[in-house]
Write a protein that binds this ligand. Sequence first.
Ligand code: HXC
Length: 517
Amino acid sequence: MQTVNDKLKLLREKTQHVLLGGGKDRLEAQHKAGKMTAHERLHLMFDNGFYDELYRFAEHRATLFGLQDKDIPADGVVTGLGAIGGRLVYASSQDFTVMGGSVGDMHAWKICEMMDMALKAGAPYVSINDSGGARIQEGVDSLKGYGRIFYYNTLLSGVVPQIAVVAGPCAGGAAYSPALMDFIVMVQGTGQLFIAGPEVIKQATGEVISAEELGGAHAQASQSGNVHFIARDDADAMEIVQKLLSYLPSNNMEESPSMPTDGLLMIEDESLNKVVPDDSRDSYDMFEILNRVFDKDSIFEVHAHYAKNMITCFARMNGQVVGVFANQPCEMFGAIDIDASDKAARFIRFCNAFNIPIIAFVDVPGYLPGVEQEFGGIIRHGAKMLFSLSAATVPKITIVVRKAYGGAYLAMSAKSLGADRVAAWPTAEIAVMGAEGAVSVLYRSELKTAEDPKAKRKELIEDYKAKFSTPYQAAARGMVDAVIEPKNTRSYISVALESLRNKRDLRPQKKHGLIPL
Ligand code: HXC
């Protein structure tokens, strides 16, 4: 008869066996490859290194290709829950040391269980990816598993935040789970993300490219925009997850956690009056403004490597989390192109889904002109900004810093798209188009017949600028609530946020809107 001690011993042995994953050699190989193990990553991510592992003893039921007798500890994925910043989070962490972290039926089921629990608990879900993809021996069972993962990713979307960490291979169809989540953190050097790898591409198109150039963190962050954050290594990735979660509510029924404040609600910053250059053709760094306006060191940039002409970041104002999108005049003069539109629209929709007020800083000469942009669908992509802002019901506050021309002015959260508060700096130029373009259209015949066309053109431009390249025409029509000194921007936003704390904006019931995709 087995004694209680025997049974305890058996439990400890089984636990020890499963915790060793693919065994000592494979754990060493994992470290040699510059990667942490599935458990080490979770240990670093959760508060005090503590997490509750669920389904540790789950086993596969596959019988083909020699799998019937194969021991696959935890079926290649560690799943569980713990706290991050004191709040509940569910997670899965693929174990590459066990059959390359490949996704079998049970592996996928465990992941879906975590998502189901996260959904019911209203807690964020973090998925750490390090896998060779579908477990080839399990065939369609594996495909079914991926299908369920995608289904759950979609169920969770907009209800609880979902963060994917790509810390190893994540190729083929497997890449679609991170793509369905809200943010992707990718580890440089070890993470790989692509649908078809270099070999397949070479056979299909003859193009030659290395795996890193194609699917590495930098390529996927700056070229495709799939990746939101680049991590130096696994430890850095876990820190990024922790920091990101500190800005997010646990679910769509809650608000982001506030930080204790130092009560500097009405602080003035004289240096803000000097950021915008006298000549409106000169550029400056929008971060000079953002860093001064929001709480010290609170700016947390999202998608920093993609479409740099559009800034998207979380920040805090008197401890309250806000989402900021802003034109960046020192990149492409802040013009809005296809990528910038997609980047901003996606961020705006995330903020709206999770009750985060949206603040726009505007200095935009217009949508980027060009055949490539037109044929690439700037109309459809640019419309995403108009749609996402019009549909957003969270508090929306806009600061027009300088240029705000044409459709791009509207796309940067104009009053007519439902912005709750719009303030302009005295340097604002709110008009249908820039003075040079306007004069060319309005005075074509006068300029043709003028004695000195160059001088006449200059005079007309100055006249247009004085009349229209100011905030006052917009202020006269109620399109801006206030023209403020830049130094008062922080207090303007503070008061606006406070006054919008209980904002209600009810819309007609519908299944969902049809954002131009
Ligand atoms: C079963 C797999 C596996 C897989 C890796 N392994 N991927 N087992 N199914 N998909 C196993 C290997 O056989 C090996 O086992 C162990 O994991 C470690 O793999 P290595 O190849 O030794 O590691 P490494 O050299 O680092 O290469 C990693 C890799 C490579 C680049 C990921 O393993 C690879 O190319 N794997 C296959 C990728 C693939 O084609 N996946 C299916 C894609 S189809 P042993 O015991 O030999 O050490 C797909 C469809 C999903 O994913 C569709 C969803 C919509």
